[in-house]
Design a binder for this molecule. Sequence first.
Ligand SMILES: NC(=O)c1ccc[n+]([C@@H]2O[C@H](COP(=O)([O-])OP(=O)(O)OC[C@H]3O[C@@H](n4cnc5c(N)ncnc54)[C@H](OP(=O)(O)O)[C@@H]3O)[C@@H](O)[C@H]2O)c1
Length: 279
Amino acid sequence: MRNVLVTGAGSGIGRATAEAFVHAGAAVVAGMRDPATSQPIAGAESITLDVSDDASVALALEGRPAFDVVVNNAGISLSGPVETIAMDLARRQFETNYWGAMRVVRAVLPAMRAKRAGIIINVSTVGGRTPARGYHAFYQGSKHALRALSEALVWELEPFGVRVALVEPGFVATNIFDRGGYEDPPPPSPYSEDEAWVRRFFLAGAAAQAIPASRVAEEIVAVASQERPLLHHPVGADAIAGVAAAQTLSFEDWYESAVARVVSMVGPRPEPAKAGPSD
Ligand SMILES: NC(=O)c1ccc[n+]([C@@H]2O[C@H](COP(=O)([O-])OP(=O)(O)OC[C@H]3O[C@@H](n4cnc5c(N)ncnc54)[C@H](OP(=O)(O)O)[C@@H]3O)[C@@H](O)[C@H]2O)c1
């Protein structure tokens, strides 16, 4: 565990992970969209790395010596109805969480493949294993796609000795929901009451069940040192339970239990306002 890259290292899980690797004695490159606006991480090299920007990724990573560990952590969580979410928001979700990870993977792989060593750890979510909740088609869609990318990479990289793992937390105590605007009322739409109800569930779930970011960081550092890591690493009791439910329930049973869980945490589901198709 010598050269480590962590993306989205300015805050939350990324920062905790960069700090944990420094603590473990690694040489850490901490990718941040704007290092000038983030607190430096003692013992790490902070670099400008916007994973949604081809030129930024190329400038930051091409030609660097092989990383032993690459943690694709940068991510955003936005909520919105399929019918009315602004297209640019839906696209931004994939641009960061999916295409961003792919850009980084493509930039780091030539050196890792040549060295025939290393591990790529993609930070997903339990929502990348479970069916999508309402208003999370794009967040969860991006993480389901990240899972497919990771599965394909296991196949493609096995002959080159490069390992791949997914870390899949449940609720983690970070500012991801504030940054995604969950505290605000959703934009007006025929769905806004229902969407607000789901947003309240996420805020309540995070308040009640979140584990510290350092717990996810510990898991990432542990996975990085494993000779033959499994692909999937759910982190936190809610993530482990969520994966088990997704594996055992039909979609219909899962849906019923998921709605019941929201009701139990934030009260009854609102009735849609009576209105015509064009309201
Ligand atoms: N918190 C949870 O409950 C939870 C649960 C499961 C999975 N996750 C996953 O954990 C990862 C980290 O999230 P977090 O909870 O730690 O939230 P966070 O504190 O908001 O951290 C996200 C980080 O990603 C960075 N980022 C966003 N867009 C970027 C881009 N285009 N290029 C580079 N960096 C970018 C942000 O940088 P800026 O500071 O510049 O915005 C920020 O440092 C995400 O992939 C998320 O999906 C979180």
